[in-house]
Design a protein around this ligand. Structure first.
Ligand SMILES: Nc1ncnc2c1ncn2[C@@H]1O[C@H](COP(=O)(O)OP(=O)(O)OP(=O)(O)O)[C@@H](O)[C@H]1O
Ligand SMILES: [Mg+2]
Length: 297
């Protein structure tokens, strides 16, 4: 069972005082050092004996762990809090199947009460080093703090980028919400372009991709900055541009370079995989809004 599945499974068994203790641990993580039971009691607004009881229970569930004389939140703990948040907001009620497991995130189906399905992206940046450190020796709270910062920030940034893009084109997934290290997205019925799926009309798919990049840049003021066949999904007809945590504003000093990089990656891939040629320099002019049409004349 993955950490996320464990987090989901533990939801029902977590008692109110334990949730308050988790919230206290999360708050304490932005301060210095590891909170002992006294500080945690203040952070959680609970009597010290109840906090002791709660931390023991959380430790058994894998949602918190002991460090020195104190306790820290685990990744499962953060994910459990995020899931609880979505459930409380009536956004989802259960976790479904795994959609994809990647280097930086796992993506799961998340089910709504009405029978709809969202994609829940859980960030796992630094997963390997975190596990290694965990196995090796004392669990440094600094290690968790940096994990927490990197992953909480990635989720927030992706959400904010997608909100800027919302309504501009159907080529961007709608962001429903975000919490902790996770972001809740509209589920897209596509596969990665890197799998080279059959496209109904490859030149049209390329044209739509460039149009969507132009929309993101000109209307949304954003460059994806990590666009490639791995971050484009398709159902054979539509294309979706995904994975926006590293997106950069159009006014950023490197935005032109990053845009050119994205354009080139897409252009090279379509030529290699589908035999559709495009001139990156010319496409750049179009995508950056300098020219009105993709082809001259
Ligand atoms: N909104 C979505 N709907 C359906 N599937 C999605 C959605 N977002 C992501 N996925 C799936 O999850 C995979 C990884 O998503 P994404 O590229 O956003 O994360 P990542 O951290 O870059 O992962 P990786 O390290 O695998 O590239 C996608 O290739 C796709 O298969
Ligand atoms: Mg990706």
């Amino acid at each position: 069972m993955s950490t996320t599945e464990r987090a989901a499974r533990s939801l029902k068994s977590v008692k109110d005082e334990e949730w308050r203790t988790l919230a206290g641990l999360e708050r304490a993580a932005s301060g210095s050092g590891t909170p002992d039971l006294g500080r945690l009691a203040r952070m959680s607004r609970l009597p010290p004996d109840r906090v002791k009881f709660a931390t023991d229970a959380l430790e058994k569930k894998g949602l918190a762990m002991r460090k020195g004389l104190g306790y820290v939140l685990t990744r499962e703990g953060a994910e459990a809090m995020a899931l609880k948040d979505y459930v409380k907001k009536d956004l989802i009620f259960a976790l479904g199947a795994v959609i994809a497991k990647g280097k930086e995130s796992d993506v799961y189906e998340a089910l709504t009460e009405e029978g709809a399905v969202y994609a829940l992206k859980l960030y796992k940046i630094g997963r390997t080093s975190f596990t290694k450190v965990r196995k090796k020796r004392v669990r440094e709270s600094a290690e968790f703090k940096s994990w927490m910062t990197a992953n909480y920030n990635a989720a927030r940034r992706e959400y904010q980028a997608l909100k800027k893009l919302e309504g501009l084109s159907s080529a961007f997934p709608r962001a429903i919400s975000y919490s902790r290290s996770t972001v809740l997205l509209e589920e897209l019925a596509g596969v990665r372009l890197s799998q080279r799926p059959e496209l109904r009309d490859p030149p049209a798919a390329l044209k739509t991709t460039f149009e969507s990049m132009r929309t993101a840049y000109v209307k949304g003021g954003l460059v994806n900055a990590d666009l490639s066949e791995y971050n484009i999904l398709t159902d054979g007809a539509s294309v979706w541009l995904i994975d926006w945590p590293q997106a950069v504003g159009a006014s950023h000093p490197n935005s032109a370079d990053l845009l050119m990089h994205d354009v080139t990656a897409v252009s090279v891939f379509f030529a290699r995989a589908y035999g559709v040629e495009s001139d990156p320099g010319q496409v750049f002019e179009y995508v950056s809004g300098k020219t009105a049409n993709l082809t001259k004349g």
